[in-house]
Design a protein around this ligand. Sequence first.
Ligand SMILES: *Cc1c(COP(=O)(O)O)cnc(C)c1O
Length: 420
Amino acid sequence: MTNHNFYNKILKNQDIYSVLKKLGSPIWLYQADIIKKKIQQLKKFDIIRFAQKACSNIHILKLMKKNNVKVDAVSLGEIHRALYAGYTNKNDDIIFTADLFDKKTLKKIVEMNITVNAGSLDMLEQLGKISPGHKVWLRINPKFGHGHNKKTNTGGENSKHGIWETELAIPIIKKYKLKLIGLHMHIGSGVDYQHLKKVCNTMVNYALSLNQKIQAISAGGGLSIPYKSTDQEIDIEHYFKLWNQTKKVISKNLKTPITLEIEPGRFLVGESGILVATVYAIKRVGKKIFTLVDAGFNDLIRPTLYGSYHHISVIKKNNINDKKKKTMKTIIGGPLCESGDIFTQNEKNELIERELPEIKIGDYLVFHNTGAYGATMSSNYNSKPLIPEVLFENNIPKIIRRRQTIQDILNLELNIKKEI
Ligand SMILES: *Cc1c(COP(=O)(O)O)cnc(C)c1O
């Protein structure tokens, strides 16, 4: 089953023009309706917890909260974002997931009594010592992962994530009277249900062999979205069935009710966002044509980092459609002084031509499905300011992040008052 509607035309061209006219290019645009639709698709799970690192804008978090979605934080900054968005330390609204604590983060977590999903035994020791009785989850490394991409594998011998010797966590938990709430695994099977089954069975094995009175299990995230027309759409019903079965078996064996959490990032926001950039140069290099836009990997790094594919469409400068339907093959790049600043490349960093409707200077390129790991992975490389984010809700655009100014960047280095 392939999904031929693999990218959403999330906005009308007219809406895109009007925002560009006011706020300039490049820009991130999000459609709230799509996020809400994705949340709905997961409503069978007891708790949906948004892995905010995918798109952590406070206003996106507010939208999540309004729709009964809880939140995961992986840093002190993300805890602060959650608090600004209105989340509290009640009902495990915020869970902190990491493999280590730095001093400031640990202090805040203890002060606010935020539940911790621990990915290392050291975290349990350090937390237990200063906050006996604290609520914890164990993030398990089940000794296997998924996928071939070394950079995104979240389990197995080559992953820094999770606890390998899970049984050693129990004496530490006992020593400090920590309260073990749940078991967590974030492996990311995507649409590989055979693999997912293995993950589920492994969760059962851990729950039964640890034999602790837990209250919850978490399936983690890793629900994939179709980026290419040949990518499969995830079968949520199938996904839920496997995990719900897991929950039931654990609940029956431990003789206690279990809450089932799911913790997606990409699935909730990926398809809701686009990056819009303007074409400023089209040049011939040997036999190839390079089309260069004003957004670079400082904005969207996924193609450079992982060789990720994003569908690209063209919006004409004057909204006049080309009746001749002429196309061109081109490589799409950004403005950075760096050869890797190419949006059309594969995992081996080979440049791949894309066939697109004929592009002219001043036209806009839309990078689709960039709502997850787009804006949040942006940087100031080449001293490029962060670009604005706009959220459309009920057809009304709202600026949810202003454009950073060059002065904003420089100010970090100017007028430094504190001496070492
Ligand atoms: C990144 C992350 C997620 C979300 O991953 P997606 O692939 O975006 O769904 C969930 N849980 C944890 C602990 C993560 O680090």
